[in-house]
Design a protein around this ligand. Sequence first.
Ligand code: RUQ
Ligand code: CUA
Length: 663
Amino acid sequence: MRGAVSTRYLIAGLIVLLVIGLIFVLRNARGPSLPTGLPADAMAVANERGLTPDDVYAALATYVPGGKQDDYVMFASGGHSGQVIAIGLPSMRILKVIPVFVPDSWSGYGFGVENTALHEVYGRGPYPPADTHHPALSETNGEYDGEFLFIGDKLNGRVAVIDLRDWETKQIVRNPVFNNNHGAAFVTPNTEYVVEVSQYSVPLGHKYAPLERYKEEYRGLLTFWKFDRKKGRIVVEESFALELPPYWQDLADCGKGASDGWVFVNSFNTELATGGVEKGNPPFEAGVSQNDMDYLHIVNWKKAEELVRAGKFTRINNFRVIPIKEAVAGGVLYLTPEPKSPHGVDVSPGGQYIVVGGKLDPHVTVYSIDRIKKAIESKDFEKTDAYGIPVLRFDAVKEAQVELGLGPLHTQFDNQGYAYTSLFLDTAVVRWTLGPNDKYKAPEEPWKVVGKVQTHYNIGHLAVAEGDTVKPDGKYLVALNKWSVDRFLSTGPLLPQNLQLIDISKPGDSLRLLADMPLGMGEPHYAQIIRADRLKSWEVYPEVGWDPHRQAKSPDATDKGRIEVRGDTVHIYTTVVRSHFTPEQVKVKRGQKVVWHLTNTERTRDATHGFAIPAYGIGASLEPGETVTVRFTADKEGVYPFYCTEFCSALHLEMMGYLLVEP
Ligand code: RUQ
Ligand code: CUA
């Protein structure tokens, strides 16, 4: 009996040991063990899905449950989609696509709806392709204020204004002097101006001149769009531009703090190459990359303002342009060498340092504003360029050159004294320390690389939370990668871009990749990340009858449906509420002009209605409280159902009416 019992214990003991051993082997086969303390079911999911401890950490660090909200909003350019994409951080979920340069059915933007933004530029279409590059949040004292967002359209030389109370595009201005841009948009520290820099030099004023006259007649342009915050509009008549040499100006940044009042613009093609590979000339890519140094443009915009006030400008297409000669005489424009084919120029939080990334140079070059000011004061010029612009001596203005790796492009900053630069060729983000004279001080010695993280793949821009303001938040960095290759399921030959979230909260060599986000709608060149609590978005429009284009009550608002005929025009005043339009039967005669005012009388959040008359190209969106006016000529007789296009209620499908166009 006793022998049998002890054998049973022995067997049980052996089984326990075997199970423990098996678990040990299995766990090690999966790599290091998971953090302890996770609920058993969570552990089971992690194991079942083959997640590593790093994966589990990243998932927990980025998961935002429904009903809870993201800490940051990233406004990313939508590239060729022509739009802006708002993405929550750390969840990396798309919150909204804001239509800017291209019409959008959902929001009714640009489809026959009276939309001042588009009308001011081209009339009612056709809409050209667009390519948004650089979004810029409005600033007050160098900090994001959450009021407006600007963005440039490289293809057509346009800049748009978005009001962040309702997240809608309010205005698009097209440059009257130039037809493309790249360095747009950037703002001065109190959003006095929105800066737009041209890229490929052309004769100013949309004129013709042969390429043989490149040096004499082609030019670049730096435009200062005056922004009126009260009106929420760029005021074209109060704006001006500065003529620049025909170096291809690239990116720009506005000074802040120590460098407030200045704008920095870099350039390539100081060679003045005009291409012609078909004629045996070097192709552009080689022709514009011959010089070891190109030019950083250093512009005093406060003095430029004074020149304009003093009348030292000419008018091109009725737009005020300061000629190079006047700018030089007025102490507005200087150059200094910068290494070979630079790309990004970025000003540090305190404004002391100006960091230039050189695509073909493994260093970033750092200039200091103190040195620049001193060199200007003491006229420490190495020469003047072919256009008479003084060139500050490189060694006099250079503070440091930091070797970072291959293909440094863009730099942003945090509140720990670190700078972050994207390395296109190394496909990495590198963290390095700023010098002592800026606002924040890193624990390590200055001008040293302290950390690096791989990105996937070919990073272009990067964005740190509030990382280009005077007070960066740090914490998160997003890498905006051009290629995604093997990171997601295949979507055919055209792959999404990849936005990667990186935790930068801890000092030293601690950069940690948290999430990949595929973005399949155009190249998100640049993005800015704002703390969510800075945004004061409206929940519904302030009053019933609101005209979002004027941000005021519309004179055409109505709380009672009616039809009025005035001359050859029928004015229809329609109320829109769950789940009917009033009136529902609208009779007009063929050939009559129709002006249709619709007012959504709802005060309930999210109670949006649509309004479509497909035959007349009408598609509108009426958010709670909004009044929209659409126009068309009833030139086709027939019976046209008009209906609500938003699933607003259980009786949404019943929300319709008949437009009867009588013969
Ligand atoms: S660019 S990848 Cu259009 Cu800002 Cu640098
Ligand atoms: Cu209103 Cu559907």
